[in-house]
Design a protein around this ligand. Structure first.
Ligand code: ADE
Ligand code: ZN
Length: 310
């Protein structure tokens, strides 16, 4: 790969800690699990298979030390790529489902974040498959840590299993605590899912690529300055888009909607942020446009004290 992509100073805003676990780190945590076994799990295609693999890898994080190691490895890797600001999503919904101690895990990962040279903040994420009580519990935990590194609140999982509107009280609780909202929407479902995310007060949209199907929605995103966190390799691997060259990134950007490039689950999708910039070039972005994308990625960070270093 050309060093152009790596040398760009970049912000990464949509990255799940659990999806960053490399086979070597898993093998280090669980010597009985071979790197080949991990590679086979990660190679499975399609969105349902991806969610199963995500659950599988999340279950391997058994202790606060495992979470700390995952964070340390990830931040070390991001440094080699000139990532100069990061917001990591922690699947707190999954931690609750595993009946683990959220406070102990967050203390462990946040300690690693503070040691890093990269400004690193957190987004707590609930799972749409569960009910409102579950989402409320995640929102309460996020609110408790609002002055301790948590800057955002979101949701993941299968959009087909529930509209963001089901969870309005949880989003409101997070907002009242000063958190910003970044739900997944319009990834595998449809444009309506993005409208619903806007209605609950989304400040950024995770994926949002289905917006391309609705000109009125594209206008609304542009007018309100709501950016889409686009994850090209993820969309190809999960089948959210059929093929790289069918990806709607170019059309969305041409409609004047702000976009940010991200990796989503980099180890699972075998990508890096630098490679995502390369993918965007394959979709027709010039090097000047890529420089601009990298510069503006900082502007959408939820921690406003941290601006672009460029
Ligand atoms: N959790 C982690 N990655 C996700 C994705 N791409 N979509 C929904 N939930 C997720
Ligand atoms: Zn995601």
């Amino acid at each position: 790969m050309s060093s152009f992509y790596r040398d760009l100073k970049k912000a990464e805003l949509h990255l799940h800690l659990e999806g960053s676990l490399e086979a070597s780190t898993i093998h280090e945590m669980h010597p009985n699990i071979s790197k080949e076994e991990v590679a086979a799990k990660y190679a499975e295609k399609g969105f349902s298979a991806f969610l199963e693999s995500y659950k599988w890898v999340s279950v391997l994080l058994e202790t606060p030390d495992h979470y700390a190691l995952a964070t340390r490895r990830l931040l070390g890797q991001l440094q080699t790529e000139n990532v100069e600001y990061v917001e990591l999503t922690l699947s707190v919904g999954v931690i609750l489902w595993k009946q683990q101690n959220v406070a102990a895990i967050f203390d462990a990962v946040n300690k690693e974040a503070r040691k890093s040279a990269i400004p690193c903040f957190w987004i707590f994420d609930f799972i749409r498959h569960f009910d409102l009580d579950h989402a409320m519990r995640v929102a309460e935990l996020a609110a408790e840590r609002a002055r301790d590194g948590v800057v955002g609140f979101g949701c993941g999982g299968d959009e087909a299993r529930g509209s963001a509107l089901t969870f309005v009280p949880a989003f409101q609780l997070a907002q009242r605590a000063g958190l910003r909202l970044a739900p997944h929407a319009g990834e595998t479902s449809n444009a309506q899912s993005v409208w619903d995310a806007l209605e609950v007060g989304a400040d950024r949209i995770g994926h949002g690529i289905r917006a391309v199907e609705d000109p009125a929605l594209l206008r609304r995103l542009r007018q309100d300055g709501i950016p889409l966190e686009v994850c090209i390799s993820s969309n190809v691997a999960t089948g959210a888009v059929e093929h790289l060259l069918c990806h709607p990134l170019r059309r969305i950007a041409d409609a004047g909607v702000s976009v940010i490039l991200n990796t989503d689950d980099p180890a699972m999708f075998g990508t890096t942020l630098s490679e995502e910039y390369e993918r965007a070039e394959q979709l027709g972005f010039s090097r000047d446009e890529l420089r601009l994308l990298a510069e503006t990625s900082f502007q959408f960070g939820f921690n406003k004290q941290v601006g672009s270093p460029q």
